[in-house]
Design a protein around this ligand. Structure first.
Ligand code: 6R9
Length: 648
């Protein structure tokens, strides 16, 4: 359990060199709230504009006329900001230090080299016919070409949609079709934890499922594994790359032109294409990266996320590069070849700021202190976490064992939708409470409300809303503005509903308590229960399925599936295995159910709605207090569910 009263002061050695102070934070925060247009007008100057903006904020959160625009008459290019403007002063500085899956394989890319590689890649895309505004899907392992591909799109004004390399062909195809992406960039194979991932094979299957949408496929050679190339459609990057010039001027983009789409799970329906635009997003990425991580010119920053998630977009690519920082890009996994890999990489590259997910911390914690203690970690001065609430035990371990009580921890709360961090204990501005997201970033006004939308004052527990826009906010759901309005602005009109529950303690610290909708957070990855359910019912044996989360030691939440079978189907372990394989096939390994319970029936209301509250309680092993079950159509199904529960 979290303990409100347990606090740690910022370690002295850190405090004495920190960029911020509590006073400075208070002053800037007050200014950002008192006059947002003036504050953001000033902050916008951290970017280089081809045409400066005169309008700062043009936002309405009224459901009838919902629009979010920042710096809307400004013109800029993201890569001019992330690369070109650093060339004079940082041309020979490392932009990326790439560390391969296999220890010993690493290399460094300077800003000047990055400029050449991205320009070439952009010219390759032009050769393939990609134009400003076109959508390009990127399905790649964690290799530098993934970064080049994203930046090449931004250079010519194409809109990238990165799909995590662990997603299945089905999931990839759905995302390709949704945004009408005619170009797909992939690699022959990925490499993770010593195993190869058949990306090109998956991409071929996805192109087949997407039925003619994919006109061109650009393939990067990573492993040299054997793959088949479709004549006329598929091209090797190294072949076209050898023919194009390394000169590609950055395309002038309006601040509100789309930069990328990133699909994320919600409580209903298929994943939505979260759309971010050029100016406001880049500003948010850059500013949060600098302030949240106390950034200095000589830092070596490492965010261990995958570029397939928003954390990779903002804190591997856009934030660090906009700030001219050096960042580590890691192809592998925390436990390969063994559980000290993270810390060995920190020592090897002298990482100063390390940012990872609670699920990785818990997995490493399970291996004990040995793998940590055999490394030095002296270079590290700041630690960060993201993706899910961090339990105090994991926080303490991260602080004491990994950071030797020397490094503050920034627990960054944010979402794909928010573009970058919104709630965080900014370094050296506050005492730290293990597990607390703590305080709002500049310009962010969080409030807590009860189920009826009444604002709660003081110490309270409720739903977390944000009351005003910030530049990094998503602009729409790609192709479905109404869904944007309905998902985020309808339950509490005029305010942004985060989908998260949150507690504010008596000292004013915010503690994120987790999703209050039908989204579960498995190892920091968002899964809509509806997606897993629809994958399950697409199996011939399944009549009906209901999926809920349950507490899981390492993953944070595990996936618990209740399944009713069609008549004549045998409820046995073979079918269980079969269903898990089916879901992996439909969505990907991250959606694999951890527990499957076969049930003769599911608890439903008389109007036929599945009572998830009851299913959640049983999955959590808290069935002694199921609340009111009198509205159930068939109350007796509950007894069977309890008797046959899997989570004992
Ligand atoms: C960045 C990212 C967003 C959801 C979010 C919340 C959970 C993220 C958290 C956290 C507690 C943190 N979440 N960071 N919960 N403390 N520091 O993860 O984006 O994949 O869209 O997930 O993750 O529930 O609503 P995304």
């Amino acid at each position: 359990m979290s303990d409100d009263s347990k606090t740690y002061p910022v370690p002295e050695a850190f405090a004495s060199q920190a960029n911020l102070t509590p006073e400075k934070y208070r002053e800037m925060y007050a200014a950002s709230i008192a006059d947002p247009a003036a504050f953001w007008g000033e902050q916008g100057k951290r970017l280089d504009w081809m045409t400066p903006y005169t309008v700062v904020k043009d936002v309405s959160w009224e459901t009838g006329d919902l629009h979010v625009r920042w710096y809307s008459d400004g013109v800029l290019n993201v890569t001019a900001n992330c690369i070109d403007r650093h060339l004079d002063t940082r041309g020979d500085k490392a932009a990326f230090i790439w560390e391969g899956d296999k220890p010993g394989e690493s290399h460094t890319v300077t800003y000047r080299q990055l400029h050449a590689s991205v320009s070439k890649f952009a010219n390759v895309l032009k050769e393939l016919g990609v134009k400003k505004g076109d959508r390009v899907t990127i399905y790649m392992p964690m290799i530098l070409e993934a970064a080049y591909a994203m930046l090449a799109c931004a250079r010519i004004g194409a809109v990238h949609s990165v799909v995590f390399g662990g997603f299945s062909p089905e999931a990839l195809a759905g995302r390709i079709v949704d945004c009408g992406s005619e170009v797909l960039i992939t690699a022959d194979e990925g490499l993770r934890g010593g195993k190869s991932v058949p990306l090109k094979v998956n991409a071929d299957k996805a192109a087949g499922i997407a039925g003619g949408t994919v006109k061109k496929m650009l393939v990067v050679k990573r492993t040299g594994g054997n793959v088949s190339m479709t004549e006329g459609r598929d091209h090797w990057l190294h072949e076209i790359g050898a023919t194009v010039s390394a000169d590609c001027p950055p395309e002038p983009m309006n601040a509100e032109d789309p930069l990328f789409i990133l699909y994320t799970s919600g409580s209903t329906g298929k994943p939505k294409g979260v759309l971010h635009t050029t100016g406001g997003y880049l500003l948010w990425a850059s500013m949060t990266h600098e302030y949240v991580f106390d950034l200095k010119e000589n830092d070596i920053f490492w965010c261990s996320a995958d570029v397939g998630w928003v954390t990779g977009h903002t804190y591997i690519i856009y934030g660090p590069l906009a700030n001219g920082a050096t960042s580590v890009m890691f192809e592998g996994v925390p436990t390969y070849p063994d559980a000290s890999r993270f810390w060995q990489v920190c020592d090897k590259h002298q990482v100063t700021i390390f940012y990872t997910a609670p699920t990785a911390i818990r997995a490493l914690m399970r291996e004990g202190e040995g793998p940590v203690n055999k490394t030095s970690r002296k270079s590290i001065r700041l630690l960060g976490t993201v993706g899910e609430p961090i339990n105090p035990e994991a926080w303490e371990w991260y602080f004491h064992v990994v950071g030797e009580a020397r490094c503050p921890i920034v627990d960054t709360w944010w979402q794909t939708e928010t573009g970058g961090t919104l709630i965080v204990p900014l370094p050296n501005t506050t005492d730290m409470k293990p597990g607390a997201g703590s305080h709002p970033f500049f310009g962010i006004k969080p409030i807590l409300v009860d189920a009826d939308g009444r604002e709660l004052e003081g110490a309270a527990d409720g739903n977390l809303l944000i009351t005003d826009s910030w530049p990094g906010q998503m602009r729409t759901v790609y192709g479905d503005h109404q869904r944007f309005v309905e998902t985020y602005f309808t339950a509490y009109p005029g305010k942004y509903f985060t989908g998260d529950g949150c507690r504010r303690d008596a000292d004013g610290f915010y503690w994120i308590t987790g999703r209050v909708d039908d989204v579960i957070n498995v190892s920091g990855h968002r899964m809509g229960t509806a997606e897993v359910e629809s994958a399950l019912v697409s199996h011939d044996a399944v009549a009906e399925a209901a999926v809920v989360g349950y507490p899981h030691d390492i993953k944070g939440q595990g996936i618990y599936a209740y399944v009713t079978l069609r008549a004549g189907c045998e409820a046995d372990d073979a079918l269980r295995k079969n269903l898990v394989a089916h879901v992996r096939n439909e969505i990907g390994p991250i959606a694999s159910p951890d527990l499957i319970q076969f049930a003769p029936g599911l608890p439903k209301t008389r109007s036929g709605k599945i009572m998830r509250r009851i299913l959640r309680k049983i999955a959590e092993n808290e069935f002694s207090n199921l609340g009111d079950t009198s509205t159930l159509a068939e109350p007796e199904v509950v007894k069977d569910l309890i008797d046959n529960r899997q989570n004992r």
